[in-house]
Design a protein around this ligand. Structure first.
Ligand code: ADP
Length: 502
């Protein structure tokens, strides 16, 4: 049977614990199995200890009673074969010992003070001496028990104490008993079998519950990927929400941020395309209207032709300007690698640009002044810097009042140079101010068009400034004037484009 690739991959992930679900499963399983195995061991151990202690206590109690009988019947006095009552009581005690040793499948020995075995229920050690540590200890009055698991018996000693004539307790002998642990072992075997069955059952329950539990615990993550997939496939565009865990909330928040940025980017792209089409269409429409009206008339006078043609040329110029500005903007959008940085004298560059623009200023009767605070040499892209200065000064002239003035101040400190372009013009309202850098945005639409503006100049300027890792700021008062300030590092720092709001 052929296993599908995705199933194989899932298996691989689970086996190498690369899946979160696999790890939860393994963890629950490991903890569960370890706990049940340890519990089984602990229960068995506790039972064994208890059973041995209980058995020892029972045998010891019975032997203590026998010890009392021994004393009361003078068991340790020398044989009095001729005394039938003494012999009868001795026989009685011996059979009592036999009964106990049979009952507990063991052996009992009675050892005298001189360590000589007086009675052995096995009957093999009588008359022999036993000088073991246990016996010696017991003769000193100490009870000793020892469990020999390997050989399967519990050994214990019970001192035989008689109170002497002076009323003092006196150890006159020792009972050394060893009893079999067979009943304990067989009971433990039964218990162990039951415990094993229980452990197997518990492990089965753990396996099933760990699979179910890991499924439930990882469900929110699956929901996150399902929601993301829906957005990817285009079935949904809305922000997603999986509030189950703090972790999923973090992932979802990060994704929603990204989605928001992508949507905004998409919107601005669509808006840009719409604006470009509209801007490019306007001169074309004018051209068509002019051409149509010429074609519609017969015997058009030469002056009218000339007039219409002049209008048509200015519309073509407008179209040209838009296309040139768009191309500049596209170039700005490319990476900073396109920067052609050289150290140039900015005083000379500004002077040159102002010389070029003076005729336009003169036409509008606007005075243009350049104040160079100090000589500035900076590492800049000359073409882009020219665009920056030209756009700012041109705007200051274009949006000025009659007999107004434009002042350009170039200054520098040890790190940055600043170019300040201020005018006494129409100013920009506080609502328009934050939007002047947007593509095709015109604060004063009719005036801008009249001036041949494309609404792209400041957008190009800002992009060029950012490519130099600089900043551009604007201050303006309506009907009083505007000041644009550009601040750029004297030494070009290659690296990321930095966003700074003006
Ligand atoms: P435009 O081609 O229309 O000049 P810009 O991007 O250069 O486009 O400028 C955007 C708008 O900001 C202009 O349409 C104008 O309304 C306003 N603006 C720019 N500079 C000035 C200024 N110095 N004074 C007043 N308004 C200005």
């Amino acid at each position: 049977m052929q296993i599908p690739e995705d199933v194989k991959e899932k298996l691989r992930q689970v086996i190498f614990l690369r899946s979160f679900r696999g790890r939860i499963c393994a963890l629950v399983l490991a903890v569960g199995i370890l706990t049940s195995v340890l519990m089984r061991h602990a229960i068995m151990q506790t039972y064994e200890d208890r059973a041995v202690r209980q058995r020892t206590a029972t045998v010891q109690n019975q032997l203590l009673v026998v010890a009392q009988h021994l004393i009361s019947n003078n068991y340790f006095s020398t044989y009095r074969l001729e005394d039938p009552s003494f012999m009868a009581s001795r026989q009685g005690i011996n059979s009592e010992l036999d009964t106990i040793s049979n009952l507990y499948e063991g052996r009992i020995m009675i050892i005298g003070k001189s360590c000589k075995v007086i009675r052995d229920t096995y009957g093999i050690s009588e008359g022999k001496n036993i000088i073991s540590e246990e016996v010696v200890k017991c003769l000193r009055g100490e009870n000793v028990t020892h469990y020999d698991k390997e050989n399967g018996y519990i050994e214990m000693t019970i001192p035989i104490i008689s109170s002497g004539t002076d009323g003092k307790a006196n150890v006159v002998g020792v009972m050394l008993a060893s009893v079999s642990n067979e009943t304990i072992v067989s009971m433990m075997e039964v218990m162990d079998r039951n415990a094993l069955t229980l452990v197997v059952l518990i492990i089965m329950v753990i396996v099933v519950s760990s699979i179910l539990l890991s499924g439930v615990l990882t469900k929110p993550f699956k929901r996150v990927s399902d929601e993301i997939r829906k957005v990817k496939e285009g079935t949904s565009e809305k922000a997603i929400s999986v509030p189950d865990y703090v972790e999923t909330v973090h992932i979802v928040d990060a994704f929603n941020d990204l989605l928001g940025r992508m949507n905004a980017l998409n919107d601005s792209r669509q808006e840009f395309v719409a604006n470009v089409s509209h801007e490019l269409k306007t001169p074309m429409t004018s051209l068509k209207v002019l051409a149509d009206s010429l074609l519609a008339q017969n015997d058009v006078p030469a002056e009218l032709y000339r007039e219409f043609m002049t209008d048509m040329v200015s519309e073509i110029d407008r179209e040209n300007r838009i296309i040139t500005d768009l191309l500049s903007l596209v170039k700005m959008d490319k990476t900073a690698q396109e920067m052609n940085v050289v150290a140039i004298n900015l005083n000379d560059l500004t002077e040159l640009i102002m010389k070029r623009l003076r005729p336009i200023a003169r036409k509008r009767d606007v005075e243009v002044v350049f104040e160079s605070v100090r000589p500035v040499i900076a590492e800049v892209d000359e073409v882009k810097m020219t665009l920056v200065i030209t756009n700012l000064v041109e705007n200051a002239i274009k949006y000025n009042k009659e007999h107004g003035s434009v002042k350009v101040v170039l200054d520098a400190d040890h790190q940055y140079f600043t170019l300040e372009v201020s005018d006494t013009g129409v100013g920009i309202s506080s609502e328009d101010l934050p939007r002047v850098y947007e593509r095709f945005y015109r604060a004063d639409k009719s005036h801008s068009r009249e001036m041949g503006g494309t609404g792209l100049g400041l957008s190009i300027t800002r992009s060029a400034v950012l490519l130099h890792h600089g900043s551009i700021t604007v201050k303006s008062t309506l009907s009083e004037g505007t000041t644009f300030t550009v601040k750029i590092p004297l030494n070009y720092i290659p690296g990321e484009k930095r966003e700074e709001k003006g």
